[in-house]
Design a protein around this ligand. Structure first.
Ligand code: HEC
Ligand code: HEC
Length: 298
């Protein structure tokens, strides 16, 4: 701390202590040599009058005691550049707490780390830890209940862009995921986009203009099947969603499904799931993966 701020703190401290001492000294009332007086403060509340007698001595001494206590406190604990005779620091306290936390939870984390992700849902303690981690880190994007929203996948269903096994989910959390759906508007032209959109609608069981969908099919096979599969069920290595199950990551709120799909084809999509390896550490991610696995349907 610079000497200016050090001095600033000590001056404030000195003024406060002296101020308090002065306040007590000058406002105390010495006891009348004759003891109890009949003198009143002149206040009257509903006919009850307030006597003006001094505070009991022991009470006054309590005030002095608090000032001495404060002085003692500042001998033991740091103030400004004075380290305090105990050598306490907030940094040191944090480290102590972290060591205690590690000792307490390290063992628990270690025990769960040796279990497969899929089995953690049978352990209420793991689920409690997982739920807290989820609420602190994931609910912001995926929703408190894990049901997602526009652009943020629902984690409670059985539809996975990147795979739903325990290890897949753990890999998703550790490394993050970047979906890359290229913009196809220029390549397909707007009639092409309309036709392929119709075909995608048909893949997911919607009633469509079949003639238009028929024209879309060969375009789909030529430009989309490489990533989404010939049958439209997707590719979990690429994070290319299944287009046949009528579950949509990108259905724009308030817009028709047809318009949303056309939008995706025209503009492309690039969803980004952040990586958590460095922030949470592998042991916590392991438990969290178990929690996510547990919240999804199978
Ligand atoms: C290079 C691989 C690739 C190609 C080629 C590709 N896609 Fe995609 N597509 C993806 C990926 C990856 C996503 C997920 C994007 C994300 O997660 O942000 C996606 C997302 C989508 C979605 C959104 C799904 C949802 O749940 O909202 C639709 C619809 C779609 N693609 C249709 C198509 C069609 C039709 C074509 C061909 C014109 C096509 N894609 C070509 C990889 C591809
Ligand atoms: C900043 C927003 C954000 C946060 C925070 C976030 N996610 Fe995600 N997550 C996403 C997006 C966006 C995707 C979709 C990526 C894509 O387009 O493929 C995703 C994808 C996923 C997937 C893959 C879903 C699938 O279909 O395969 C899982 C699992 C997941 N997140 C779990 C979590 C968990 C658990 C946390 C908390 C540690 C978390 N996410 C935090 C935005 C977020």
């Amino acid at each position: 701390m610079s000497s200016f701020w050090n001095a600033y703190i000590w001056v404030l401290f000195g003024i406060t202590m002296l101020g308090l001492a002065a306040l007590i000294h000058f406002t105390r009332k010495m006891p009348d040599p004759e003891g109890f007086t009949e003198e009143t403060t002149g206040h009257s509340f509903d006919g009850i009058e307030e006597y003006n007698n001094p505070m009991p001595k022991w009470w006054l001494n309590l005030f002095w005691l608090t000032i001495f206590f404060a002085l003692g406190y500042f001998i033991f604990y740091p103030l400004g550049n004075w380290p305090g005779v105990l050598g306490w620091t907030s940094q040191g306290q944090l480290t102590d707490d972290q060591v205690a936390h590690q000792r307490r939870y390290g063992e628990i984390y270690e025990r769960f780390a040796s279990m497969p992700v899929e089995e953690l849902m049978d352990h209420p303690q793991a689920m409690r830890i997982g739920q807290r981690l989820y609420e602190d880190n994931c609910a912001l994007c995926h929703g408190q209940a894990g049901t997602g929203s526009y652009g943020f996948p629902n984690l409670t269903n059985n539809d996975w862009s990147w795979g739903g096994s325990g290890d897949d989910i753990k890999t998703t959390l550790l490394n993050g995921r970047q979906g890359q759906m290229p913009a196809m508007g220029a390549a397909l032209g707007s009639p092409g986009v309309r036709a392929v959109t119709e075909y995608v609608m048909q893949l997911s069981g919607h009633s469509v203009d079949t003639a238009l969908a028929e024209r879309g099919e060969p375009l789909y096979n030529a430009t989309c099947a490489a990533c989404h599969g010939q049958d439209g069920t997707g590719n979990q290595m690429l994070g290319a969603p299944n287009l046949t199950n009528d579950i949509w990551l990108y259905q724009i709120p308030g817009e028709s499904l047809r318009a949303s799909i056309a939008h995706t084809l025209n503009e492309g999509r690039a969803g980004n799931m952040p990586a958590w390896r460095d922030f949470l550490g592998e042991e916590r991610v392991h438990i969290l993966a178990g929690y996510v696995y547990g919240m999804s349907e199978r």
